[in-house]
Design a protein around this ligand. Structure first.
Ligand code: UDP
Length: 422
């Protein structure tokens, strides 16, 4: 167990008063206590009495000096069943009784730690939205904890849009969506409550990556077949081409790039996302696919960071936006910079003229010129650019290793967040 730091954050944990919610949130409370954080666990009076009566809960948490239970009424009489159809009555009583009391307890310091430390962070059940309002009012960050599965959360998140599109009822969506009346209070509650979660500072999902892992950050569907194609290409023989996620071009411009790649006679992997071409059909033009299939591979969206470190990739024809530029530097891949808008002009200027890691097309972009640049990059110029880019890649990796500049800056950031939470 981590020793309790004197300046450890003080986290208030507030579950919905239902068994499944309390269970998972108690487990989280135990983990955070083990990490040395101060925890106040806010239970309803009714549930707390039952927990104490039926479990060894007090014993389980007695070993954590920074842990305490506090209680609050749920607004229902003690003999209320709090189950089945009547469970939903708790939502009205919480709204009426618990909500104003919670605010009062927060404002008056009744939820401070045993040593008097104010709450620095709230972890509230994802079904409760009023802790977000109170957190905002008092300047305390709030994390929403969704105790159900990620797929359920996602389904609830989409309900609002399905209602608007008049697509309900749909089988296999949460049972509250099987109603025919869209004004049904349960349906409205589930939709409204879920839409509150993005107002929180962060979201905790009670699941694990291998079960419900989402594709890594990508807003587009990643096509991994390109990795198989790359595996079959000789060392450093292919140029990777991508224009990022938002840049668009006319079909004429796309064809200009295609001619340059074909005429260069180099191998290439080209990420052409479905909405790259203005007024395009979302399909890679057939003549592109047919005319290049012996040396070229075109795909909608690639796992770019993996592509850049693949041994078959020898250069990157990029639209010079910052993520792509940085990923290319970290991977040690020299660039040809096509510039179009926003930060691209500055980035390409720095890549070519200041850091000497690539070639800048400046404002000229025709098939003859680009073909020449591709050939230059993949033949003689590559050798010249490799030394500085390998050095920059080494520095980039060193900066994120223990003791490196980015590593230490991140450490400072975490310390600052802790300080700000005090
Ligand atoms: N990217 C990707 N697959 C692709 C194309 C791009 O994963 O087929 C990623 C790339 O790794 C980068 C991001 O999309 O992290 C693009 O960001 P960038 O700042 O380079 O360009 P933007 O999309 O903002 O124009």
């Amino acid at each position: 167990m981590e020793p309790l730091e004197s300046k450890a954050p003080h986290v208030l944990i507030f579950p919905l008063p239902a068994q499944g919610h309390v269970n998972s949130v108690l487990n989280l409370a135990q983990l955070l206590s083990l990490a040395g954080l101060n925890i106040t666990f806010l239970n309803t009076d009714h549930n707390h009495n039952r927990l104490v009566l039926h479990t060894n809960i007090l014993h389980r948490f007695a070993c954590f000096p920074g842990f305490q239970f506090k209680t609050i009424p749920d607004g229902l009489p003690d003999d209320h069943p709090r189950a089945d159809e009547r469970f939903r009555e708790i939502f009205d009583s919480i709204k009426l009784v618990t909500k104003p009391l919670f605010r009062e307890m927060m404002c008056s310091g009744q939820l401070n730690s045993a040593t008097g430390q104010s709450v620095t962070c709230i972890i509230a059940d994802g079904i409760l939205s009023f802790p977000i309002d109170v957190g905002n009012e008092l300047g305390i960050p709030v994390i929403h904890f969704r105790t159900a599965s990620a797929c359920y959360f996602w389904a609830c998140f989409c309900i609002q849009y399905r209602i608007e599109a008049d697509e309900l009822p749909i089988r296999d969506l949460p049972s509250s969506c099987r109603v025919s009346n869209l004004a049904d209070p349960s349906l409205q509650r589930i939709a409204n409550k879920t839409m509150q979660s993005p107002r929180a500072n962060a979201l905790i999902l009670n699941t694990f990556e291998d079960l419900e892992g989402l594709s890594p950050n990508s807003l587009f569907e990643v096509d991994r077949n390109c990795m198989v194609w790359l595996d079959a290409q000789p060392l450093k023989s292919a140029i990777y081409v991508s224009f990022g996620s938002i840049t668009v071009m006319t079909e004429d411009k796309l064809m200009e790039f295609w001619y340059c790649l074909v005429n260069s006679k180099k191998r290439f992997l080209w990420a052409i996302r479905p909405n790259l071409v203005i007024h395009g059909e979302g399909q890679i033009p057939v003549e592109l696919v047919e005319g290049t299939k012996d040396r070229g591979y075109m795909v909608g969206w690639v796992p770019q960071e993996e592509v850049l470190v693949h041994q078959a990739v020898g250069g990157f024809l990029t639209h010079s936006r910052w993520n792509s530029t940085l990923e290319s530097i970290v991977a040690g891949v020299p660039m040809i910079c096509w510039r179009y808008f926003a930060d691209q002009q500055i980035n390409s200027r720095f890549v070519s003229d200041v850091w000497k890691l690539g070639m800048d097309m400046k404002d000229v972009c025709d098939r003859v010129m680009v073909e020449k640049m591709v050939n230059h990059l993949m033949e003689e110029t590559r050798e010249i650019l490799m030394k500085p880019i390998v050095e920059k890649a080494r520095l980039a990796n060193e900066s994120v290793s223990e003791g490196g500049s980015s590593y230490c800056t991140l450490d400072h950031l975490i310390k600052d967040i802790r300080l700000m939470s005090m």
